[in-house]
Ligand binder design. Structure first.
Ligand code: CU
Length: 216
């Protein structure tokens, strides 16, 4: 009985994916999605993913949520914001997977302005903006797979809990004009992988300094 309990079933191994742009430089904010080619065990839905408004930016810039998961918007600035879904893609013609709009109250003392949880049940992409601050942009990728991560400034995404087996690595970035090449991977055998985009994502302007935004 005890022996049966400790027998390893499908091992969960981390998979580290480095994403480069077309020039071979690290690409940040790329959603890396691991789609199993055979049946993998069901995953529980994660806790609602917070998307914060801070220094007049959405943080993170790119969020991934599995279908059926939820996001929650939080305002950490001491002035009002707003959040609404809008068409996305580099040409601005991709309709959002879900329509919503919220007024976001300023952070007051230590009390954060926050929305209720927003369940996302249709796969696709959602671009978010704030009609009070036209430069604010963020993106949500509603994923059909529960195994994913987003690349950091070094272009690295680590998917912590993928079961061993054959899978396909897919990439998504809000600036892409076409689908990116898919890469086959044997999780558990290949711990690290390097993949390349067919374009260079636009450079994002640095965040405004905190003191300039406060005291409004
Ligand atoms: Cu705003």
């Amino acid at each position: 009985m005890l022996a049966a309990l400790v027998l390893p079933a499908a091992q969960a191994a981390p998979l580290q994916v480095t994403v480069l742009n077309a020039e071979g430089k690290p690409a940040a904010d790329v959603a890396v999605l691991l789609q199993p080619t055979a049946a993998w065990p069901q995953q529980a839905l994660p806790e609602p993913q917070p998307i914060t408004q801070q220094y007049t930016r959405f943080v993170p810039f790119v969020s991934v949520v599995p279908v059926g998961g939820a996001v929650k918007f939080v305002n950490r600035d001491r002035f009002d914001h707003h959040v609404r879904s809008q068409p996305g893609g580099p040409l601005g013609n991709v309709p959002p997977a879900k329509q919503f709009e919220f007024r976001m109250a300023a952070m007051l003392g230590s009390r954060l302005g926050a929305t209720p949880e927003l369940k996302l049940d249709v796969p696709g992409t959602i671009t978010i903006g704030c009609h009070l601050h036209g430069s604010m942009r963020g993106h949500i990728f509603v994923s059909t797979t529960p195994w994913y991560a987003v690349t950091d400034d070094k272009g690295v995404a680590t998917i912590p809990n993928a079961p061993d087996g054959q899978a396909e690595v897919r990439l998504w970035h809000p600036d892409q004009l076409s689908e990116q090449a898919r890469t086959q991977v044997q999780v558990g055998t290949t711990p690290k992988l390097e993949v390349k985009l067919n374009f260079n994502p636009r450079r994002r302007p640095p965040p405004a300094a905190a003191p300039d935004n406060y005291g409004i």
